[in-house]
Ligand binder design. Structure first.
Ligand code: SF4
Ligand code: SF4
Length: 303
């Protein structure tokens, strides 16, 4: 958990905002129009009374390996168990209530990937970790296998120091990305984001967010079995290999059906099956037709 004082430093001219603005201008957000919500550039537009933001991270890592047999697909680790929104939200709600009880007049709002909040830059500014070249927030305690949440409040807190970046000269994630989605961006501006992920090329974006009937043909040969998300750039990260620890949050344990999902079954998934198979799951973001599309696409790459 880290605190940051809300102020001009994170207004529209901040390095964090510059990184987002440039990312949007390059079109790296693909069709994720909600990323362009102007409130994302200024937290005071989300909560005018805000004085402090508390950034929180939960470790979701579970060590179960991804399936290697060609008849199965791969689901990103964060999505194999209970929906992280629910897991985090429950805790944020309790924490926010507790905070409000500490002093009369304290107001709070909480978010977990549920509002126009730049989660990762805030977490970096609050000292939880740094944004790696692969675009993930990397913590020293758990690597990047964390989900983030925020509580914004009108209460004043003493801010923590921002976290320094520790990618150094490492380029493992860049080399490992099968679609070259991680690219160097203009370094001439004073931005902490010298690398950025282009969603147009990213398997995670296409398998989860792209609603088109077909995946881009150039992407399909590089799916590497991923039908929901992609963890390649996290799996190769030395910080994850060194610091990953199994989570003690029971709700993040994978549902058995998400460990080795049959491509054949998913390629024929009905709306009814989808509803039963993915209860309280972040995977509900992937609609039945998208699961069928993703599974069929992976099957075309398999012998
Ligand atoms: S999630 Fe996969 S496709 Fe996207 S940047 Fe990482 S390795 Fe590349
Ligand atoms: S693989 Fe290397 S460059 Fe990529 S995020 Fe991890 S430490 Fe940074």
């Amino acid at each position: 958990m880290g605190f940051v004082a809300v102020g001009k430093e994170l207004g529209s001219q901040s390095p964090q905002s510059w990184g987002l603005t440039q990312w949007l201008q390059r079109g790296d957000h693909a069709d994720m129009g909600w990323m362009a919500d102007s409130r994302r550039l200024n937290i005071l537009q989300v909560m005018p009374e805000a004085q402090s933001l508390i950034s929180l991270a939960l470790n979701y890592y579970t060590p179960h390996p991804q399936p290697t047999q060609p008849v199965y697909g791969k689901i990103a680790r964060y999505a194999r168990g209970r929906d992280y929104h629910r897991v985090m939200e429950k805790r944020l709600k309790l924490f926010a209530r507790w905070l409000e009880e500490q002093q009369e007049g304290i107001l709070t709002r909480y978010y977990v990937d549920s509002g126009p909040i730049q989660e990762k830059p805030w977490a970096e500014r609050a000292g939880l970790g740094w944004i790696g070249k692969n675009g993930n927030l990397i913590t020293r305690q758990f690597g990047s296998w964390v989900v983030l949440g925020e509580v914004i409040t009108n209460g004043t807190l003493t801010p923590d120091n921002p976290h320094n970046a520790h990618c150094g000269t490492c380029t493992r994630c860049i080399s490992a990305c099968p679609t070259q989605a991680i690219r160097a961006v203009d370094r001439s501006m004073s931005s902490p984001k010298a690398f950025a992920v282009d969603a147009n090329r990213c398997i995670a974006y296409h398998t989860i967010e792209n609603r088109a009937e077909q995946l881009p043909s150039a992407l399909i040969p590089h799916l590497n079995g991923w039908i929901a998300g992609c963890d390649i750039c996290q799996e190769v990260c030395p910080w994850n290999q060194r610091f990953a620890q199994p989570t003690d949050i029971e709700e993040f344990q994978p549902y058995p059906s998400n460990l080795s999902p049959s491509l054949h079954e998913l390629s024929n998934l009905t709306d009814h099956d989808w509803n039963i198979r993915f209860p309280a799951s972040a995977l509900r973001r992937i609609k039945p037709a998208m699961f069928r599309r993703n599974a069929k696409a992976v099957m075309t790459t398999r012998p």
